[in-house]
Design a binder for this molecule. Structure first.
Ligand SMILES: Nc1nc2c(ncn2[C@@H]2O[C@H](COP(=O)(O)OP(=O)(O)OP(=O)(O)O)[C@@H](O)[C@H]2O)c(=O)[nH]1
Ligand SMILES: [Mg+2]
Ligand SMILES: [Zn+2]
Length: 288
């Protein structure tokens, strides 16, 4: 019996890659289908010849895009077209924090802005860098992509980020053999066109990576408003200072988070994102 990782699904057939880089095409045995087990990209499976026998327990499980066992999510932002948005970055970070995967932040298209503009973004990202690795890159500067490329080693990674941020372009720049389709950003809307559609894990450096637009449709459904605070490492490291243990950092007196926002120790935009998303989660329709 062999073990491998599902890299893609085409017409009921699964591609499974073993640790030594061989790929096999397999079909789940009847018993798996009867049990309603549907393997997805990222699943660790056992197989033999042309038959898949079992799906091993998932470490985590994303539904949009459908992918399991993600070690790291690389959140790709762009300076311009689309504009850098700390709010959207925070949304992505919350989802990754909630999944248990590691987050990594990329600011792409550093070539498109002048030095003062880039410096301002650099300063914002220096705040995030206390909690997450940050890379400031552009697709023309291969040197800037070297450390990013190494971060894929030995891991299953997913690129997330707004359409048009340059996810596919960066993958192509890191490995020219990938030849992923990239798109011109729609000028009228300043929004991308979702060039990337299917989920496939591809070898990059010494790891596997999925390029997908699915994460741009962000769903925070899985998160409870009262749990949201846990997705902010800059809050959790200070929450012992709050007067109330269950402090939501909104209306409570003696809140260490609000004090840190006032003193400038917590980035104001982080707190604004928190309030905005907390409100959204409170107002979401109950699901039965
Ligand atoms: N100037 C500049 N343009 C870039 C850079 N990276 C990507 N682009 C351009 O940005 C546009 C969108 O790039 P894509 O790689 O298709 O973006 P994406 O994130 O994969 O978009 P979706 O697949 O729609 O999610 C293309 O026209 C790229 O050539 C960069 O570093 N600098
Ligand atoms: Mg793409
Ligand atoms: Zn508080």
């Amino acid at each position: 019996m062999k073990e491998g990782t599902v890299t893609k699904l085409v017409g009921g057939k699964y591609s499974v890659r073993t640790l030594n880089g061989e790929t096999f095409i397999v079909i789940p045995r009847g018993k798996m289908r009867h049990k309603g087990i549907s393997p997805k990209a990222g699943d660790k499976v056992t197989f033999d010849d042309k038959t898949m026998y079992d799906v091993l327990k998932r470490k985590n499980d994303f539904s949009r895009p459908p992918i399991a066992n993600v070690d790291q999510v690389v959140i790709v932002n762009s300076t311009l077209r689309p504009d850098f948005s700390p709010y959207l970055l925070d949304r992505f970070l919350i989802i990754v924090e909630n999944s248990g995967a590691e987050a990594r932040i990329v600011l792409n298209k550093s070539d498109l802005v002048d030095t003062p503009t880039l410096d301002a973004m650099r300063e914002t990202l220096a705040y995030y860098e206390r909690y997450y690795p940050v890379h400031i890159v552009n697709k023309f500067d291969k040197d800037s992509l070297e450390t990013l490329k190494r971060s894929f080693d030995g891991a299953t990674s997913v690129l997330a980020g707004q359409s048009g941020a340059g996810k596919s372009s960066l993958l192509n720049a890191m490995d020219a053999s990938l030849t992923l389709k990239t798109g011109e950003v729609s000028k009228a809307l300043n929004r991308g066109k979702h060039t990337t559609r299917h989920v496939e894990l591809m070898p990059l450096s010494k790891g596997l990576v999925a390029d997908t637009p699915g994460f741009s449709k962000l769903s925070l459904d899985a998160i409870e408003a009262k749990e949201l605070r846990n997705a902010f490492p800059d809050f959790t490291e200070r929450q012992d200072g709050c007067k109330f243990r269950q402090c939501q950092h909104i209306n409570e007196p003696g809140c260490a988070i609000k004090s840190a926002v006032e003193s400038g120790d917590i980035l104001k935009t982080r707190y604004d994102s928190y309030l905005r998303i907390h409100e959204e989660l409170i107002n979401k329709k109950p699901r039965y």
